[in-house]
Design a protein around this ligand. Structure first.
Ligand code: PLP
Length: 393
């Protein structure tokens, strides 16, 4: 693949001029996508291992999602939670079946799902304390940001929500000291994503589960990034045999159409009427996209596929990169993979982009891949080999 140099075009100029400025623009205008490929305005083709920050689990322009959206758009889009709707009801049934959670609050994003989870934990326990983890990323709204760890995201917005403590991820003694009878909830990502692709150990999650149970705190898993097959199971908690009381979901749930969900375990009561709400949350359009996404994930056994493709890539990378002077560690679970370098990752991301592969950072030194779970074996082999080639430069 020969990539043309980035071009100034109308969309890029306009976004630079009228966009908020919040995003570091890659100077690439994406025009269309199909499966694991996207095309830019100059006609260059890329294998997309960003996939809408992990949202497009089925790949771009999946016909099942396109059909579901088209049909629902012609029928009913706006239908708030005060009315019932057949499409939303079918989605709730499906979410219950695939996750085992008893009730769901539907919202529009990952940060909102985390907000809902934190609010519910305070409501159910009557306590204020939240214990979160070092390296955690939970989103950018004030509550979610308060549980996020990185000072660069937090400090410009302080003071944040009080009574949130951060402890080292994986340290049982620190959890033992931090979880008290004033703790409403512990929140963690079973595989930390933005913080560098760090899977938890089963021992740690079991210990935290036990401490929460002993002290009357709720356990929240933020599976916004790890949910819906990403890690090679429907949900990452399945790998560890530990169920949270509350789960936050978004990203892959509707293949990139905005939707989030908070799932509540059966032992928790329903939310009191009026305690939470959302104008758009669970509207029939996003519900239709989610239903089509969940049906396709199940029919095409995509979580299993993610497990197989991810295990192969990890083996290849570990075999070829172990002991390499540029590489600190190779980590991941399913199709959520990271290579921690001994130097900054940005030059590597640029070289990959120039060779037709879009990849993400996870902090300053980690390369992260979140491809669609439908990526073909040939595309995936190209990605893994190109990354190897470039890391070894
Ligand atoms: N939680 C986790 C684990 C995430 O990875 C993200 C986004 O990357 C969020 C929450 C926030 O999601 P959103 O950007 O949809 O608000």
């Amino acid at each position: 693949m020969s990539i043309q140099p980035p071009q100034t075009n109308t969309a890029l100029e306009t976004e630079e001029r009228l966009g908020s400025g919040a995003y570091a623009l890659r100077r690439l205008t994406l025009v269309r996508g199909e499966g694991a490929r996207v095309w830019d305005a100059a006609g260059n083709e890329y294998i997309d291992c960003i996939a809408g920050h992990g949202a497009a689990v089925l790949g771009h322009a999946h016909p099942a999602v396109t059909d579901a959206l088209t049909r629902q758009a012609a029928q009913l889009i706006a239908c708030p939670g005060t009315f019932a709707n057949e499409t939303r009801a079918r989605l709730l049934e499906r979410l219950h079946t695939v996750s085992g959670f008893a009730r769901f609050f539907l919202c529009n994003s990952g940060a909102e799902a985390v907000e809902g989870a934190l609010k519910a934990a305070r409501l159910f326990t009557g306590r204020a304390g939240i214990v979160a983890m070092h390296r955690a990323f939970h989103g950018r709204t004030m509550g979610a940001l308060s549980a996020t760890a990185a000072p660069k995201y937090r400090e410009p917005f302080e003071p944040l929500v009080p009574h949130v403590a951060h402890i080292p991820f994986g340290d049982v003694a620190a959890a033992d000291a931090a979880i008290t009878d004033e703790t409403a909830a512990v929140i963690l990502e079973p595989v930390q994503g933005e913080g560098g692709v760090h899977p938890a150990t089963a021992e740690y999650l079991h210990a935290v589960r036990q401490l929460c149970d002993e002290r009357g705190a709720l356990l929240i898993f933020d599976e916004v990034q790890t949910g819906f097959g990403r890690t090679g199971a429907w949900f990452a908690f399945e790998h560890f045999g530990v169920r949270p009381d509350i789960i936050a979901l978004a990203k892959g749930i509707a293949n990139g159409v905005p939707l989030g969900a908070v799932g509540f375990a059966a032992h928790l009561p329903p939310l009191p009427t009026g305690s939470h709400g959302s104008t758009f949350g669970g509207n029939p359009l996003s519900a239709a996209a989610a239903l089509a996404t969940l049906e396709t994930l199940e029919r095409e056994r995509l979580p299993e596929r993610a497990a197989r493709l991810g295990a192969w890539a990890l083996d290849e990378w570990r075999r070829c990169l172990n002991g390499h002077r540029q590489v600190r560690e190779v980590r991941g679970l399913g199709l959520m993979l990271g290579i921690e370098l001994r130097s900054r990752v940005t030059p590597l991301l640029k070289r990959l982009q120039a060779r037709g592969i879009l990849a993400l950072p996870a902090g300053p030194t980690v390369l992260r891949l979140l491809p669609p779970l439908t990526i073909s074996e040939g595309e995936w082999a190209t990605v893994i080999e190109t990354v190897l080639d470039e890391v070894r430069q």
